[in-house]
Ligand binder design. Structure first.
Ligand SMILES: [Zn+2]
Length: 326
């Protein structure tokens, strides 16, 4: 069957939808652009108003910062202030648990994602690739790994972000293989969050991948859009640095092993990358709309190579972050 993946055991059997040979993953649901409040930064907020709001947000900020530090919190001086409220007693000399890497296979269930040139579903490719990356990361013994889904089920984008936050993930990696209208475009690419897309092609990819609007995580749900903006902009500077750092490592790993888009590190307003407190990256492993990329991603060996490159990137990310380089 054309849509079956070469993954040895899991053979997806969803029928190929009639009509076009491929389509964009979430285009039908991506019609709603991000609200202006989600992309306009702090423009329009007076300095005086910002200062007052920032002062009133201090307690919230400390909570977010604590959640963000994850395993690192056990060794940071600042965490001491919060131990009595947020954390169980720390046993002297106990080693902190390994960092938790949250893998996010795109789409699932009623959302097939992109449908490839010959009928492969993106949701199956992303699930198989994430399972392989999980296996490789666990094999190092250096990480804990959680997946937003390990079966073919639908999870809203905001639910994926909330899962990562509930796990106190140190890193969030969303895995995709989108489709474009131009079937000649091929190659991997890596995306980080920004209010405005770096280019029109990236804007289309972000629109395709976004199926819900969300700004901020559960920490800020109860606040106004204005406060969400300020809070997110303050707490996410470190997160942005971490996101850029992991994106650079993934691009570097991919460079010698598989074809890349030109300017392979791009940015746009991907909803699934909007955890203010967790460095997040979205990896398009290739384009299902390209015959060569689709054929490659159907092969378990190719997916193992892609996952190996991503594992190496994660290794370098944590090695340098712990040294304060990231
Ligand atoms: Zn996707």
């Amino acid at each position: 069957m054309a849509q079956n993946l070469d993954n040895g055991d899991k053979l997806p059997n969803d029928p190929i939808l009639p009509g076009n040979s491929f389509r964009q993953g979430c285009a039908a649901k991506a019609a709603d652009p991000l609200p202006a409040s989600a992309t306009s930064g702090l423009m329009g907020v007076s300095l005086h108003r910002r200062t007052a709001l920032i002062a009133s947000l201090a307690p919230l900020l400390s909570e977010v910062a604590f959640a963000r530090t994850g395993t690192g919190a056990h060794t940071s001086a600042s965490s001491h202030l919060h131990n009595t409220v947020h954390a169980p007693a720390i046993i002297r000399g106990a080693a902190p648990p390994p960092p938790l890497v949250m893998l996010d296979p795109g789409h699932g269930g009623k959302d097939p994602g992109a449908i490839g040139y010959s009928g492969t579903y993106e949701k199956h490719v992303s699930e198989a690739a994430a399972a392989e990356l999980e296996r490789q990361l666990l094999a190092t013994g250096r990480y804990r790994v959680a997946l937003t889904r390990s079966s073919d089920r639908f999870i809203p984008l905001e639910g994926r972000v909330e899962m990562a936050q509930a796990h106190k993930a140190s890193l969030f990696i969303s895995m995709h293989a989108d489709a474009l209208h131009d079937p000649t475009v091929r190659g991997a690419s890596v995306y980080t969050l920004a209010g405005a897309a770096s280019d029109s092609q990236t804007a289309m990819i972000a629109q395709s991948e976004n199926s819900a609007d969300l700004f901020g995580g559960p920490h800020v749900h109860a606040t106004s859009p204005e406060v969400q903006q300020i809070l997110a902009s303050l707490v996410s500077e470190e997160t942005r640095r971490g996101s850029t750092h992991i994106a650079n490592q993934v691009v570097s790993s991919f460079q010698s092993r598989l074809s890349l888009l030109s300017h392979p590190h791009r940015h746009a307003a991907f909803v699934v990358l909007k955890a203010a407190d967790i460095p997040s990256v979205l990896v398009e492993m290739g384009f299902m709309s390209n015959r060569s990329d689709e054929a490659a991603l159907r092969q378990a060996g190719h997916r193992a190579m892609v996952a190996g490159a991503m594992r190496d990137a994660v290794d370098r990310y944590f090695a340098t972050t712990r040294l304060g380089v990231g």
